[in-house]
Design a protein around this ligand. Structure first.
Ligand code: SF4
Length: 380
């Protein structure tokens, strides 16, 4: 099998690992033959720059037996393995052709977590040292990788990630009976933050991923852990992957998770990361899940702001961020603009990038409810 053939097998396999903001998301394994370049993703980097990102595994061989995973030990399918040299050379060919500008590199576990991590690091070292590649590298930290390896990966990468898969040890035991939540996974994420805090200079961001719905966990479990990771482990982002049953795995009959649940979890995680919400404040139902029919910020506002509209001319940043339709960029503009004069019309907000129609039911403009709000939310 030549390197390009391997890439065609191993690249689409990373569809189970969301990373960075992709324009072409979705699992290419579910659409075989859809594209020769299913391993290249148009990705938005931290900071906003767009690049063509090569996403691939180093190997789809794996000695673990995670119950949901297409690559679990013993499952019958065509596997492939790159050597570090081979993958680095193939990437550089794509780089010089202008097909790829960065790489996301993960792997099945073969020969233990540390030995697998060695091969990931070796690939990144070849790219950085032999090929003098200065572009974007995202490296996966394997379960059980050693602290020195985490340091080495962080020196080479722009982003590192550890897949927690589940929000706690009990849930992980159902998804991946031989992974150890605290010792093998969470500890590595904490090391990343610890190393980042202890060193000066350029250090990579870190992320994690959850499989949503595979262990019947609730949204409150996922988001409480996400909040903890943002506050205590300094992650840049949690990724959520709606569970899809894979044939010939122990969870093949488990129902798939609706993609809308994944979407609501992203919205809620941004409220935790960027809007100053706490997990406790989120509008969970008695079962611990977010409403699917409404975005969580709107659901929160309907419960809390309908009778206490926010005066946009005097409210502080925290309160403004709680109004549907007003995001962090809109708040910055709004705070600047109101120093120049009072905001009186919905159109004044619209010009600042606020989704004025969405905000209208929850605000006062110079002491008055915006006019068409009255039709939507009668005032008694
Ligand atoms: S460690 Fe588990 S999730 Fe990762 S590739 Fe192996 S079986 Fe799949």
């Amino acid at each position: 099998m030549d390197a390009l053939e391997k890439l065609k097998l191993l690249g689409p396999a990373t569809c189970f690992e969301p990373a960075e903001e992709m324009s072409n998301t979705g699992c290419a394994l579910a659409r075989p033959g859809k594209s020769d370049n299913a391993f290249i993703h148009n990705a938005v980097m931290p900071g906003g720059k767009r690049i063509a990102l090569l996403k691939t595994l180093l190997t789809s061989a794996c000695e673990r037996d995670c119950a949901y995973c297409a690559f679990r030990q013993g499952r019958d399918f065509r596997r492939a393995t790159f050597t570090p040299d081979e993958l680095a050379d193939q990437f550089m060919r794509l780089y010089h052709k202008g097909t790829a500008g960065g790489i996301f590199l993960s792997s099945g576990v073969a020969g233990g977590g540390p030995r697998t991590e060695d091969r990931l690091i070796a690939t990144a070292e070849i790219l950085r040292r032999r090929h003098e590649f200065r572009g974007y590298i995202h490296l996966k930290i394997m379960p059980g990788a050693e602290r020195e390896q985490v340091v080495a990966a962080m020196r080479l990468a722009d982003r590192v990630s550890v897949n927690l898969e589940a929000p706690n040890a009990q849930r992980l035991a159902r998804l991946a009976p031989h992974k150890v939540f605290d010792e093998e996974l969470l500890k590595r994420l904490r090391w990343v933050e610890d190393i980042r805090r202890g060193m000066n200079g350029r250090w990579p961001s870190s992320t994690t991923q959850f499989v949503v719905g595979g262990s019947d966990e609730s949204d409150v479990e996922l988001l409480t852990t996400t909040e903890f990771l943002h506050r205590q482990a300094g992650i840049a982002r949690a990724y959520f992957m709606a569970f899809t049953p894979v044939p010939d795995t122990p969870l093949e009959d488990h129902p798939p998770t609706p993609p809308l649940r994944e979407h609501r979890l992203y919205q809620a995680s941004f409220l935790l990361r960027d809007y100053g919400f706490t997990a406790e404040e989120l509008p969970f139902s008695p079962t611990g899940n977010l409403p699917l029919e409404s975005d969580p910020k709107l659901a929160w506002a309907r419960q809390n702001l309908t009778h206490m509209p926010i005066e946009v001319n005097t409210a502080d940043r925290r309160d403004l961020l709680r109004v549907p339709g007003i995001g962090p960029v809109g708040v910055d503009r709004l705070l600047r603009e109101r120093r120049r004069g009072r905001l009186r019309e919905l159109n004044d907000l619209h010009k600042l990038g606020v989704i004025a129609k969405r905000a209208a039911p929850f605000i006062l403009l110079d002491g008055h409810r915006p006019s068409y709000q009255l039709a939507l939310w009668p005032v008694r």
